[in-house]
Design a protein around this ligand. Structure first.
Ligand code: GLN
Length: 441
């Protein structure tokens, strides 16, 4: 732990901008003492991990990489993080990310763009970019990201590591700053499937502080497929047969499909919604939800306050000065789709599409056990490009957002030279996802 802390506090990390406040909190010494006493320690005890800076950890900064919460200290600890602390894992560092989870490149941050672990000209991905880069660089053994529409899976894919978004509700969201509450998920970024299993089992479970959380069985140690568990896997034809996909991502994906066919598993092509339909539905709902969730950040109870001439002025100046352009775009967009005259036309249409997407998944999972997809249609962009073209950035989320709207368990594993393979199962089938990933190894 000390070696890692020294490394992180040296200048090494400045090259990728993935790290914020360093922690450790004296916990390593306690584990040392237990070892010296000859006590048995459990698997996660003494293991250093990182935390995306949208989680509460009592007494430490929780900035959401934003000016508004630049000096905000967590008054309590998130349930998922507390469970890891109880298991003896050591929080080592808070991690740079897109402000409030708004972004796909980790450039929407007051701390400078997170750079890709393999090539510093490219983005680290987002919004949990710092978390994925830290794991890829072995600054942390694992990190806890947050995934609303792809923010764990996409940066994991961009940095060649593993990232899991569990079924919505499997892990409590209490103490995760809300972005879009109906799709927000807590999940790990790791260098192995086994680490995902370990961390997930610790974090999972019903929590009275999050009414959408539910209790689930632990994922079994074997997590290996039985012969009859997977008969058919499917993939969305329109995600692959399109000019919008990078040729190398396409050929890596098709190579994975051929490998699977060779094992005797059937592969089925499926129909799905077009990329722009998925992206429109997701961003309509995500913006509406974030506009509502962020309305509490008005300078009254949390974070930076800039005094105006009256209360209304204070709200307005505090928010105008302290939210980023991207966050303001989402608040304005979200309030617009919720407002009278627009909500029927736009917001309800988004909800309706979401229902159709869920029905589509229900139908698909009667025919296939697993759905496979590339994580993104494109490779990581150059630093600066996403800021110039937000619409292109939104479209780059086309392959992750559908699974979020469906609240499904979905995992990124490294694949070929490109940006990762996404493995998805029906709701609550998190174990099957990990088993299938083990099978592909
Ligand atoms: N890139 C997506 C967005 O900006 C997903 C972000 C996330 O999952 N937090 O909404």
């Amino acid at each position: 732990i000390q070696d890692r802390l020294d490394l992180l506090k040296s200048n090494t990390h400045n090259t990728v901008n993935s790290l914020l406040e360093t922690l450790a909190l004296g916990l390593a010494e306690k584990v040392d003492a237990r070892i010296e006493n000859g006590e048995d320690i459990s698997l996660l005890e003494g293991i250093p991990f990182g935390i995306k800076d949208v989680y509460m950890l009592q007494g430490t900064l929780a900035t959401a990489s934003s000016d508004l919460l630049k000096n905000y200290k967590s008054p309590y600890t998130a349930t998922a993080i507390q469970k890891l602390l109880d298991a003896g894992a050591i929080p080592l560092v808070k991690e740079n990310c897109d402000s409030f989870g708004h972004g796909s490149s980790s450039e929407n941050t007051i701390f400078g763009a997170v750079k890709n672990a393999a090539n510093t000209d490219l983005v680290g991905g987002g919004s949990s970019g710092g978390s994925a880069v830290n794991v890829a660089k072995d600054f942390t053994v694992f990190s806890i990201g947050g995934d609303t529409g792809g923010s764990i899976r996409q940066p994991a894919g961009y940095n060649n590591v593993f990232g899991f978004k569990p079924t919505y509700g499997r892990v409590s969201r209490f103490g995760l700053m809300a972005y879009a509450s109906s799709t927000d998920c807590v999940g790990p970024i790791t260098t192995s499937i086994e680490d995902i299993r370990l961390v997930l089992n610790v974090m999972s479970g019903k929590d009275v502080k999050d009414q959408t959380s539910y209790s689930s069985e632990s994922i079994s140690a074997s997590a290996v497929l039985n012969a009859d568990e997977i008969k058919t896997v499917g993939y969305f034809k329109n995600f692959i047969e399109t000019d919008a996909i990078d040729p190398e991502i396409k050929s890596d994906f098709l190579a994975s499909i051929e490998k699977i066919k060779a094992t005797g598993i059937q592969v089925k092509e499926l129909d799905f919604f077009e990329a722009d339909t998925l992206v429109s539905a997701y961003y309509t709902l995500a913006m509406a939800e974030t506009a509502s969730n962020l309305s509490r950040l008005d300078g009254t109870n949390y974070g930076q306050r800039i005094e105006g001439e009256n209360l209304k002025d204070t709200y307005s100046i505090t928010r105008s000065e302290n939210f980023s352009e991207e966050t303001k775009r989402r608040i304005v967009g979200g309030n617009q789709v919720l407002s009278q005259g627009f909500s029927d036309e736009i917001y309800l249409k988004g909800l309706n599409l979401r229902n159709q997407i869920a029905e589509n998944f229900e139908k698909d999972f009667k025919e296939v056990d697993i759905i496979l997809s590339p994580v993104t249609p494109n490779k990581p962009p150059k630093i600066g490009d996403s800021l110039k073209d937000p619409l292109a950035m939104y479209l780059s989320d086309a392959y992750t957002v559908g699974f979020s709207l469906g609240q499904l368990p979905t995992l990124t594993i490294p694949q070929g030279t490109a940006t990762g393979l996404q493995i998805t199962a029906a709701k609550n089938n998190d174990e099957l996802v990990l088993k299938f990933a083990n099978f592909l190894k």
